[in-house]
Design a protein around this ligand. Structure first.
Ligand code: PEP
Length: 253
């Protein structure tokens, strides 16, 4: 059985004080929730404070990105080791906003995922097609290319610390969500590809999150699909009540 994993990606939102207020709310409201793993991804400047506030809580502190090198002349970057040093335990890599606006390539995403794993973090590798790619019938080919790059050099033994987030770009921040059937089709395809890359056991163990306008009203239907093992949540993770409702919807039936 895969334990569902729900992560709130706060993107470029919230000061340190606001982050601490939200995380304190989440800690209070999610203390008793069983059967779901939960994480939050604040901005880098709030990561250490959030991790400190979450000490002793099962809620994981995640980074929104990481660099592929451990240290060196990389002005402006943050390494996986520095994230671990600040108390983070996961890094999101290959988010579509990174690919779209900062030039992240599938090869670079693979380097970042390997760096995260090597530093002892978990890696959430994001994949997903644009609207033009979906309309052109290229969804599965795009996901295949992103997976091949993102998983390159990663061993099956990393399965417990590896998560794939399927996030159709046309559904991110748009209010437009993939239907449960559309998402399940791609998730099943991803799991089949994971089996080819890493073997059947690893493919059965790796969590595949769905992301793209997940909210309390659609979470239960999406998370009820057999290959949807949690959610990567943007906008709806900024309000404790919405995020808590999504986490509760992910509890195994
Ligand atoms: C995301 O940024 O990963 C995301 C899914 O955003 P939203 O939930 O706002 O669509």
């Amino acid at each position: 059985m895969r334990t569902p994993f729900v992560v709130g990606n706060w993107k470029l939102h919230k000061t340190i004080a606001e982050s601490l207020a939200l995380v304190t709310e989440l800690k209070n409201q999610l203390g008793a929730v069983k059967g779901v793993a939960v994480g939050v991804a604040p901005v880098f400047t709030a990561l250490h404070a959030v991790a400190k506030r979450l000490e002793g809580s099962p809620i994981a502190t995640c980074a929104q990105d990481c660099h592929w090198e451990a240290s060196g002349a990389w002005t402006g970057e943050v390494s996986a080791g520095h994230i671990a040093d600040a108390g983070g335990t996961w890094a999101i890599v290959g988010h579509s906003e990174r690919r779209q606006f900062f030039g992240d390539t599938s090869e670079g995403v693979g380097k970042k995922a390997r760096a995260a794993l090597a530093a002892g973090l978990g890696a959430i590798v994001c994949v997903g097609e644009s609207l033009a790619e979906r309309d052109g019938g290229r969804t599965l080919a795009v996901v295949d290319e992103q997976l091949a790059g993102g998983l390159s050099g990663i061993a099956a033994a990393s399965a417990p610390r590896l998560v794939i987030a399927y996030e159709p770009v046309w559904a991110i921040g748009t209010g437009r969500t993939a239907t449960p059937a559309q998402a399940q089709e791609v998730h099943a395809h991803i799991r089949a590809r994971l089996a080819e890359h890493l073997g059947a056991d690893a493919a059965g163990a790796i969590r595949i999150q769905y992301g793209g306008s997940v909210k309390p009203s659609n979470a239960e239907a999406l998370l009820g699909e057999p290959d949807i093992d949690g959610a990567l949540v943007g906008g709806a993770s900024l309000e404790a009540s919405d995020f808590v409702a999504i986490v509760k919807a992910a509890r195994p039936g």
